[in-house]
Design a protein around this ligand. Structure first.
Ligand code: SF4
Length: 360
């Protein structure tokens, strides 16, 4: 089918079908620009010209990880020279620094330490709550929830109840990568399966937690795999409405096992980044917010993605060792720098909460 016919069908109010989405992802040249423009128009209809960000601070409690995923440069074995776990005092120092930056969200983004059990996660939450009682705590992937449950011999349901009491505010939809098991067997064989990821996200939403949804694209998966992933995310959102946004995470290849083993030479190109953004906007008709990863894309590509369907620039973050260790630059920008690129597009930057309430 012609690209213009598919786009006209969406414009008429019909839901984008998977095979048509594959076709859009394969658009090239001027056809690709038609896809970006259609996604940009839908973004405008849904959320207007506001571009949002959250004032948040990443904290990487440990880089020791049981998974050692092929696409990751951050995870370490416990006996690696540069493996670390923060002490309680170091965590408090990081939280105190975040408080000085007036953040509204702490983002706990770490390795899945094989020594951790549910109590370790609860103690971490208690420490965060002690130092920053009023701040939103956004933490833990379904894989971490599954690990805490397995280690402590309780159900994921019990983990969520305990974490809620200890102060967790929302869950990360990380660890989704590509929700196709053949792909996961290459890029993250030790992580939860696609069905386990979905099961835990659904339990989280049933327990009243909202979460982000993510995709880590541009490694060994096919375009069809990306669309299969979007289908899973759209189906969950239809059923639960629990996702706050779709976060697009381009694979960064340089220091990753996949690259070192010669399984992949490069990460996604600029047009792959833009088509992923645009097709996510067009396919995920039950999402308001499509988030680009500013630290991974950098300001210029992020600006282009804002013209291809995205409306959110993620957050201030202040550190992103996951991107840096994979070989990326980790562009953590202050709001005035974000404003510079947003104003240049004739749009307006607004600070938001984790749940997209506009601040100020
Ligand atoms: S992506 Fe996450 S789970 Fe996988 S190795 Fe890196 S830190 Fe560990």
């Amino acid at each position: 089918m012609k690209i213009s016919t598919i786009l006209a069908d969406i414009h008429a109010g019909n839901r984008l079908q998977p095979e048509d989405a594959v076709h859009l992802m394969n658009a090239r040249g001027r056809d690709a620009h038609l896809v970006y423009a259609a996604a940009d128009a839908i973004r405008e209809e849904k959320v207007g010209d506001i571009v949002t960000f959250v004032r948040n601070n990443n904290i990487h409690i440990t880089n020791i990880c049981k998974n050692l995923c092929g696409f990751c440069g951050f995870g370490r074995r416990a006996n690696d020279e540069d493996a670390y776990i923060f002490t309680v005092d170091q965590i408090k120092e990081q939280l105190a620094a975040a408080e000085k930056r007036h953040v509204t969200e702490i983002c706990l983004l770490s390795g899945v330490n094989p020594e951790f059990d549910l109590n370790d996660y609860l103690e971490l939450l208690h420490t965060c709550r002690e130092v920053l009682p009023g701040v939103h705590i956004h933490g833990f992937s379904p894989d971490e929830i599954n690990w805490a449950a397995t280690q402590s011999n309780v159900s994921p349901h019990d983990v969520f109840i305990a974490m809620q009491k200890a102060g967790l505010s929302s869950l990360q939809g990380t660890g989704a990568e590509i929700l196709v098991d053949e792909v996961r067997s290459v890029i993250c064989p030790s992580k939860v399966s696609s069905s386990k990821w979905e099961e835990i996200i659904r339990i989280a939403h049933e327990e009243g937690f909202r979460s982000s949804a993510t995709i880590m694209y541009g490694s060994v998966e096919s375009v069809r795999d990306r669309i299969t992933h979007l289908e899973v995310i759209r189906r969950i959102q239809d059923d639960t409405g629990g996702f706050t946004e779709m976060v697009l995470l381009p694979f960064i290849h340089e220091h990753t096992p996949l690259h070192k083993k010669g399984l992949i030479s490069f990460g996604p190109t600029a047009s792959e980044d833009l088509l992923m953004t645009a097709v996510s906007r067009l396919f995920l008709d039950n999402f308001d917010h499509i988030q680009v990863s500013l630290p991974k894309l950098g300001p210029k590509m992020a600006q282009a993605a804002l013209c291809a369907g995205a409306d959110d620039l993620s957050g201030t973050m202040y550190q992103d060792a996951v991107t840096e260790d994979a070989g990326g630059v980790a562009w953590c920008m202050e709001p005035d720098e974000m404003e510079y690129i947003v104003n240049d597009l004739g749009r307006t930057l607004k600070e938001r909460t984790t749940f997209y309430e506009i601040i100020g």
